[in-house]
Design a protein around this ligand. Structure first.
Ligand code: 3EB
Length: 317
């Protein structure tokens, strides 16, 4: 008897450009594309393709892109900032996102990337990242917060003008993960801003299949809710990897599957200072994460005292 054909993974990520991708991220500046990440690439692959089987319909214009697969869909939006008002831009982007997604066949938001320049400009509650959180919180619905998607929010290159939001959506919900070493971001105390950031530490996808995936949100050197190792990028990266390990352990516990660093399909490491690249690469050399899947980008972490953040996708072993 013939062996059963292996069913293709519902979602998998490769660190190269693929025409059939549901989400075709490219790590080079291209203001015309809503899928170009405007953070200078320091090292590693130039593209990251999120594959999700056959794409039924897709479209891309200067300000928006979308694609529909069977289980998954993608929506990407670019919103112009008017008069430097990032709070209004965030509210507009998330209103548009929810209007597009909620009545669709893929109403669940699993993973969101947010990029905008000068994320740390402004003092105290006027800081642009905090205003962004206020605008996002104002626009989202109850379903968004129950539980919130995994997310990244990073300061891109250039001057204010453009807020970019990319969302992975699904027919069915994911399992949201928290990290026992970290306070849930949606419970951060008042000192970090007027509203707590709406994101989960990770999402477990396809847990009902042979090919589960762990999506790790932007992961930084934070224990509890307190930034660690200020001024030492290498130590911050090691702490971020410890947070990643804790999340990987949560994914294993919740799925009954094995997740390991070696199963990393794609990792992005955002560095505030390009000069920290060699130190970061030295830490990663001993990490067991496949080096060919790691992209280093210059980006600003939303906490100004932190110099590095990572995010990634892991296949179950
Ligand atoms: C942190 O742990 C780092 O506001 O959507 C990471 C990922 C961070 C997403 C967001 C913020 C966000 O607080 C910051």
């Amino acid at each position: 008897m013939d062996p059963q054909p292996l069913s293709p993974a519902r979602l998998r990520v490769v660190t190269e450009a693929r025409a059939e991708a549901l989400i075709a991220f490219q790590f080079r500046p291209d203001q015309a594309s809503p899928l170009s990440v405007d953070c200078a690439r320091l090292a590693g692959p130039e593209a990251e393709s999120w594959l999700a089987g056959a794409i039924g319909e897709s479209a891309e214009t200067c300000g928006a892109a979308w694609a529909h697969g069977d289980q998954y869909a993608m929506v990407a939006l670019v919103v112009d900032e008017t008069d430097g008002d990032i709070e209004a831009a965030a509210a507009q982007a998330y209103e548009r996102l929810l209007v597009a997604v909620r009545p669709s066949e893929h109403p669940y938001l699993l993973r969101i990337w947010n990029y905008f320049p000068a994320i740390n400009r402004g003092e105290g509650d006027e800081e642009r990242y905090r205003r962004f959180c206020v605008g996002r919180a104002r626009a989202v619905d109850g379903m968004f917060n129950d539980p919130p998607p995994a997310a990244t929010a990073i300061g891109a290159d250039g001057e204010p003008g453009r807020l970019q939001v990319v969302a992975l959506c699904s027919r069915t919900p994911a399992l949201a993960l928290e990290n026992p070493r970290q306070t849930p971001a949606w419970q951060y105390p008042r000192e970090h801003g007027p509203v707590s950031p709406g994101f989960s530490r990770g999402a477990l996808l396809d847990a009902d299949t042979d090919t589960p995936r762990l999506l790790a949100s932007g992961t930084a050197s934070i224990v509890g809710h307190v930034s660690q190792h200020i001024g030492d990028c290498a130590a911050q990266l090691r702490e971020s990897l410890a947070n990643l390990d804790a999340l990987i352990a949560q994914a294993a516990e919740k799925s009954g599957r094995t997740f390991r660093r070696e199963g990393c399909e794609a990792l992005r490491i955002y560095l505030r200072h390009g000069a920290d690249l060699a130190a970061a690469q030295a830490v990663m050399a001993d990490s067991a994460i496949p080096a060919q899947h790691v992209t280093y980008l210059r980006g600003d972490v939303c906490r100004r005292e932190l110099d590095v953040e990572l995010e990634g996708v892991f296949a179950a072993g």
